[in-house]
Structures are given as structure tokens and as C-alpha cells.
Design a protein around this ligand. Structure first.
Ligand SMILES: [Zn+2]
Length: 329
């Protein structure tokens, strides 16, 4: 993290697609906040997802931007859901230093039915399953994966549960997605996606404040732990819960203004923002190395007129190969 900090109001606003780390010293809170515009439009526009799918994926993208940019080493952070609902797969990943990509997989028929029946809340679309966070440092190191059930909650609630249970860090995540309809300079109707989000975590210097146990008196080891929440965290969490989805996505309200509104009485500071880009890590060589692992039968089954075409699910780029390149393998 950059050493130089600036006090709010002395600052040019970070703008879209830039993750703003922040700290609220008076509440022992650290976090990140972001508004996504062009990046989100590019990813969602490329796939032309039906609106309910686009909204869900947008939430996963915001979450990935917020959490991925906190990696302290080179690597990849992935958010993935797998469920039995109409949207059976959401994948969004962030590769250091700044690349984000994502895609959703859905069953057209089941989705159409869900939309028809007005069952388009996230739990309806995702169904039962799991959400996984994966941190991969590469270089032959075992990836770390944390898994939480999709239990009928929103992605922000599921993320909170993950941090509480797996990381023991009191966390509050907020995510918002909006479709904006306006007109361009020539008066033609225009449609844009916007999303925003914020993650706040309680990270006091003194670890015992993470949870304040009420220790009953008495001898020996016998004690009853009654976990009560730290007052500072209660205040921070309550403030974060006052955020309206509209505030997160409003193009007229820079994210720093929102941070100021929430925390100015407690001394909020922001750090150097981190830009995220719509950028895929696929390449001709990477896909070729996957095809190199295919058997002759699999190559035969994949080819058409002597050619094999592979389309990247993330960025929709299609790579074409001569089947003969692999046939003798
Ligand atoms: Zn790609």
C-alpha cells in the first residue's frame, strides 16, 4: 500500500473502475470501495446476458474487484458460484496487478421460466450450491480455497458469512448494480451498466478486541465466553448498513463522497486507488497447450473440416488451429 495518504476533500476523485482503499482510524476499520462503469459495460456487453444474469455477474465482479485488489503478492483471486439454479455458474477472477474478467453460465429455458414466474432474486437464480473464494499464488503453490454454502442469501451476505467463519474477521460487504438509461449526444437512447461496492473490516491493533469475551470470575480454566461485539465495530457496521444501493452506483456521487458521508466524524483516510481493467489472460499458446493434452480421439471429435476452433468463455475470443498440428500427438 502506498505510504502517502491524503485527507478527503484534498483529493481528485478516483473515478470509475478504480478501487479506493480506505481506513477509519477512530473505528479500527479498513476497507475498499469502488464504482465500476466502463469495465462492467465491456464485460457484460460482450456477452449480452439477460438482465437478471448480468446483475448477478456484476455483483460477483464488484466483489472480485474489492477483494482481489487486496492481494499482497502476485497471484489470482477467484470468486465462483456453483448451484442448481438457472444460473449454474458465475466466475470472476482478478489477476495481479490489474486484470479482471468474468462470465456466467445459464440454462436458457430454466432462466426464461424463472423470469416468466418473476423468480429473479439471486437465491432463485443461483439455487442451492456453494460460493468459493480461491487464492492462487501460482509457482506450484497449493491454491487456498474457502467455501460457503449458497443458502438463500445475497452475495454480500454470503461474503460476510465467509469472512466471519473462515477468516474470523468481522466484515460488512455492500454491493449495488444499476442499469442507467439516458441519451447520447445525438439523442439516441443509450444503456449503461454501473455497479459499486464497499467492504469494511474490523481490524483492531489489539487482537483480543476482535471479539470481546465476557470472562466470568472463578478459579482454574472454567470460564464462560459470551461474545459481544466491539462498540467501534457496531458503529462501523451500522454506518455501512445505511448505504443505499443508489449511492453506490450514482455517477454523480463519487465513492469518496460516500466514504466521507459515512465516516468523516471518525477520521477517514483514503489511499492511492488501484485501477482494474477488463483484461483476459487467455492466449493462443495457453489454449494450444490444453489441446496438446487431448488424445487423438478427442482431437478427431473436436475438429471440423480439419480445423479446431476454441472460444474463450471469459472474453469470447476465438482461436483457430489446424487439427493436423495435434493429430500425431
Ligand atoms: Zn479470454
Amino acid at each position: 500500500m502506498a505510504e502517502a495518504t491524503v485527507v478527503l476533500n484534498d483529493l481528485d476523485f478516483a473515478g470509475d473502475d478504480r478501487v479506493v482503499p480506505f481506513q477509519v482510524e477512530g473505528l479500527d476499520v479498513r476497507g475498499r470501495a469502488v464504482q465500476l462503469g466502463p469495465l462492467l459495460n465491456a464485460i457484460l456487453g460482450r456477452h449480452e446476458y439477460p438482465a437478471p444474469v448480468a446483475r448477478l455477474l456484476a455483483e460477483a465482479i464488484v466483489l472480485t474487484a474489492l477483494l482481489g485488489t487486496s492481494l499482497k503478492f502476485d497471484g489470482k483471486f477467484t470468486v465462483q458460484t456453483k448451484g442448481d439454479g438457472p444460473v449454474d455458474l458465475l466466475v470472476a477472477d482478478f489477476s495481479t496487478p490489474d486484470a479482471l474478467r468474468a462470465y456466467a453460465r445459464y440454462d436458457e429455458e430454466a432462466l426464461a421460466e424463472a423470469i416468466e414466474e418473476d423468480r429473479t432474486f439471486p437465491p432463485d437464480l443461483l439455487g442451492n450450491g456453494v460460493l468459493a473464494f480461491t487464492i492462487d499464488q501460482g509457482r506450484g503453490m497449493q491454491p487456498y480455497q474457502g467455501i460457503v454454502p449458497l443458502d438463500g442469501s445475497s452475495l454480500e451476505e454470503i461474503a460476510d458469512v465467509y469472512f466471519r467463519q473462515s477468516e474470523q474477521i468481522p466484515t460488512r460487504v455492500r454491493l449495488g448494480v444499476a442499469e442507467l438509461f439516458d441519451r447520447d449526444a445525438e439523442g439516441r437512447p443509450r444503456h449503461n451498466w454501473r455497479a459499486g461496492g464497499l467492504v469494511a473490516q474490523f481490524l483492531p491493533q489489539a487482537p483480543e478486541r476482535m471479539r470481546q469475551p465476557d470472562l466470568h470470575g472463578g478459579d482454574g480454566d472454567e470460564r464462560e465466553l459470551d461474545f459481544t461485539e466491539d462498540d467501534a465495530w457496531t458503529e462501523a457496521r451500522t454506518l455501512v448498513e445505511t448505504i443505499d444501493t443508489d449511492e453506490l452506483t450514482d455517477p454523480q456521487v463519487p465513492i469518496e463522497r460516500l466514504l466521507f458521508r459515512l465516516f468523516h466524524e471518525r477520521g477517514v483516510r483514503v489511499y492511492e486507488p488501484q485501477t482494474v481493467y477488463d483484461r483476459c489472460s487467455c492466449s493462443r499458446e495457453k489454449i494450444k497447450s490444453v489441446l496438446n493434452g487431448f488424445t487423438a480421439e478427442e482431437i478427431e471429435a473436436s475438429q471440423e473440416d480439419g480445423h479446431i476452433a476454441v472460444t474463450c468463455e471469459f472474453c469470447s475470443t476465438t482461436y483457430r488451429y489446424e487439427a493436423a498440428e495435434f493429430a500425431e500427438a
